[in-house]
Design a binder for this molecule. Structure first.
Ligand code: CA
Length: 246
């Protein structure tokens, strides 16, 4: 089994949340985005959208502005004001001629807009373009090499060194370590780690995480029976503690 084949097979599909009260339009978007390989979730109003996002953040939101109860603009503003969703890519759907909506939507932080009536092909193209942009920005913010104290990680070559000694990590352990290093101090549950490291469409027991954490500790901790880098937070999950690196 090659590591690359493993990555390709388990690569999570991008999840798109479509927020629109008209079921015909939701259906049209779902059909076309699913055809392109996206995983699509739907919400019929702002409250349902907030609920879904809180449970599992999508990779991109397609948001109609004309929604019952909470207008799309209000939802957009709320998402932007919360740190978890401040950078969630958002494409708004606006009615033809409603230029003021478009302007307000972009001011509220939407990344792009599509005017109704739209062609499904246009939506798919915009979604892909925005995801590419979002991913490019995310990658730019990552340094190619992490080095602190005795730990050095080369994200480009997938090499890990502890005290100058090269460690052979399995791909999963490497990905887990990369995630911890990029998200220090915060506590993650097993379910969150599965979502964020394994990808949302894999079906693995949350306890699988424990096995990988154990293997990772054997490679990078001074004493894996008394870990100081990857800490267990009882009945919650795990936390990476870079301060132990000095
Ligand atoms: Ca609508």
């Amino acid at each position: 089994m090659s590591a690359l084949a493993d990555v390709a097979r388990d690569r999570p599909r991008h999840k798109i949340l479509v927020v629109e009260d008209e079921s015909d339009i939701r259906e049209l978007l779902r059909y076309n985005l699913t055809q392109e390989g996206f995983a699509v979730e739907e919400a019929a109003d702002g409250a349902e959208a907030i609920d879904r996002i809180a449970r599992r953040a999508p990779d991109l939101l397609v948001l109609d502005l004309m929604l019952p109860r909470m207008p799309g603009l209000e939802l957009c503003r709320r998402l932007r004001s919360q740190s978890d969703t401040a950078r969630l890519p958002i494409i708004i759907l606006t009615a033809k001629g409603a230029e003021v909506d478009r302007v307000l939507g972009l001011e509220m932080g939407a990344d792009d807009y599509i005017v109704k009536p739209f062609s499904p092909r246009e939506v798919v193209a915009r979604v892909k373009a925005l995801l590419r942009r979002a991913n490019a920005v995310a990658e730019q913010t990552l340094p190619a090499i992490f080095e602190r104290g005795r730990l050095k990680i080369d994200f480009g070559t997938y090499e890990v060194f502890v005290d100058g000694e090269k460690k052979e990590l399995a791909l999963r352990e490497f990905e887990l370590l990369r995630f911890f290093v990029q998200h220090p101090l915060r506590v993650y549950s097993r379910e969150q780690l599965l979502d964020l490291v394994w990808g949302r469409d894999t079906f693995v027991e949350p306890r699988t995480i424990d096995v990988h954490v154990r293997r990772l500790r054997q490679q990078i901790e001074r004493d894996d029976s008394n870990p100081e880098l990857i800490l267990t937070v009882r009945s919650v999950g795990y936390r990476f503690n870079p301060d132990a690196l000095g």
